[in-house]
Design a protein around this ligand. Sequence first.
Ligand SMILES: C[S@@+](CC[C@H](N)C(=O)[O-])C[C@H]1O[C@@H](n2cnc3c(N)ncnc32)[C@H](O)[C@@H]1O
Length: 323
Amino acid sequence: MTISIQYVDPKTKTPLRKDDTAYYSETGSVYPIVNQIPRFVDSSQNYTQSFSLQWNKFSKTQIDDTDQKQSETRFFATTNWQPEELAGKNILEAGSGAGRFTRVILEKTSAHLWSFDYSEAVEANWQNNSKIAGGRLHLFQASIYEIPLPDSSFDKVFCFGVLQHTPNFEESVKSLIKYAKIGAEIVVDFYPIKGFWTKIHAKYLLRPLTKRMSHQTLLSIIERNIDSLMMIFDFLVKVRLGVLTRFLPIVDLRTIPSTLDKQKRREWAILDTFDMFSPEYDNPQRIKDVAAMFERHGAKVTFAGFVKSSAGTSAVVRGVRET
Ligand SMILES: C[S@@+](CC[C@H](N)C(=O)[O-])C[C@H]1O[C@@H](n2cnc3c(N)ncnc32)[C@H](O)[C@@H]1O
């Protein structure tokens, strides 16, 4: 049976009173509801403004459609969950961006989904998914460090592509585990450190500069140069010099679904290149270190490694909350 979960004050964990415009805490805090989304943080000041821009500009680019099902493939491969086992369950999604995985859960399962992001990406997610949710989507704006929900509430917790972009990876893992029920599963994927060469890459060489640029300027530079960069990248791969592409300031085009037409492939390349260069934080981790974080914070690791699927390869840790 699904138990209904109520928002609580993110700081004090006490119950909130609600009217049509806001949630109110006993201590006087007011959390407004804007465009039907409860807001527990002010994103105009926080470090995720690149994501606010990115996910609202490219709100539909990575949502599955008839041309590609990358999100669905990645979601089920990464979690190893079956749609049937999620029926009626309460799931927590941390850092949902424009809602590519939110969409998969709502479309492919009958689970109840609590989903949040620290940025204004929640606007894009709501536009993309509220109509198909049938009341099963509880979307809110909040930080992974102060989730406005009671601890030990969820049957499943997942967080994809987010942890490397938070200021403290381990604190983020610790926080996620707290929201799973005892015996419930937590699954994360993240940018891995594969060896000393991981950071010998155009991304890490240029980021000290690009992350400080105005996001609009960075985006314009990428848009102006994407065609020639794509041409050089494709040429290097064709002549079997793919190893050199790491020195090009563009996303690895081999990670983009091969089924896309030329225009969509270009759009995806601009989005992912902006996503490489603009975030405030980009802290890749060794898989074994993330597994150790799970163990330190009360979750028994059930899998730690690379998951390969037709959607690509992800570094994944899965665990079950024990304490
Ligand atoms: C690369 S995007 C991934 C979005 C989505 N999971 C996907 O795979 O499409 C990373 C997301 O993490 C969010 N994020 C970063 N720090 C966060 C935090 N402290 N709490 C919640 N979300 C956060 C960003 O706003 C951004 O939308």
